[in-house]
Design a protein around this ligand. Structure first.
Ligand code: PGA
Length: 254
């Protein structure tokens, strides 16, 4: 059975004290209120990762992650953070290729493939993001765009390596806009992605792949989204910045 994962991407939000308060609340609520089997991943800015990892170390189902990493191991790359450093801070996951990185930092599929390699080399799990813009959806080219993103970023991996990859489908037009893809739209894309993975690898690899949906997920739409057979969790932005709204999304995953 593939893992269900609810991840909260804080983006560039929360001072240290605010972040610690939020993690304390989330950990307490998850412990008291959630008996399901989903994993919860807290993805703060780099500078909070070590503290967050320590705070959740005793929890049975909460992990920490990073929002990005360098494709280099070490060296003269001022301002960059390596996957090895992230691992040494206690994190388990790294988001690669979030649309904000693709859009504002010009990260291409080839570039992201090297970041995925860095993540896997350090025994971390990559949460690889893909998603089309509104223009691409309206011109009906979204399946081509998604196929290119997924194949160029990931299909150089062996089937064994692919076991440490999660894919997040995040339509760019739904991120931070309050507009969510309908469950049918999301399910259609998730099934398409699983089909690509099945074609390139095999049925078992595809079956074991966790595919998260991201883009304005809230407690109100999570139950329906999670009822779809190929939606295995969520990558949450805005609603992850408050304990109540985030934990209510976690609770929507049975
Ligand atoms: P959102 O962000 O939930 O605020 O739309 C999702 C994301 O960017 O991962």
């Amino acid at each position: 059975m593939r893992k269900k994962i609810i991840a909260g991407n804080w983006k560039m939000n929360k001072t240290f004290d605010e972040g610690m308060a939020l993690v304390t609340e989330i950990a307490g609520m998850v412990k008291d209120e959630y008996s399901g089997s989903a994993q919860v991943v807290i993805i703060p800015p780099f500078v909070h990762i070590n503290a967050v990892s320590r705070m959740v170390a005793d929890s049975r189902n909460i992990f920490s992650g990073a929002q990005n990493c360098s494709n280099h191991d070490s060296g003269a790359y001022t301002g960059e953070v390596s996957a090895g450093m992230i691992k040494s801070c206690g994190a388990e996951y790294v988001i690669i290729g979030h649309s904000e990185r693709r859009q504002y930092f010009n990260e291409t599929n080839d570039w992201l493939a090297r970041k995925v390699d860095a993540v896997l080399k350090n025994n971390l799990t990559a949460i690889y993001c893909c998603g089309e813009t509104l223009e691409e959806r309206e011109s009906n080219t979204h399946f081509d765009v998604l196929k290119k993103q997924v194949s160029e970023g990931l299909f150089h991996l062996t089937a064994e390596q692919f076991a440490n990859v999660v894919i997040a489908y995040e339509p760019v037009w739904a991120i931070g806009t309050g507009k969510t893809a309908s469950t049918a739209q999301a399910q259609e894309v998730h099934a398409f992605i699983r089909g690509l993975v099945c074609e390139h690898y095999n049925n078992q690899v595809a079956d074991n792949l966790t595919i998260q949906y991201g883009g304005s997920v809230k407690a109100e739409n999570a139950v329906e989204l999670f009822s779809a057979p190929d939606i295995d969790g969520a990558l949450v932005g805005g609603a992850a910045l408050q304990s109540r709204s985030f934990v209510d999304i976690v609770k929507a995953m049975k």
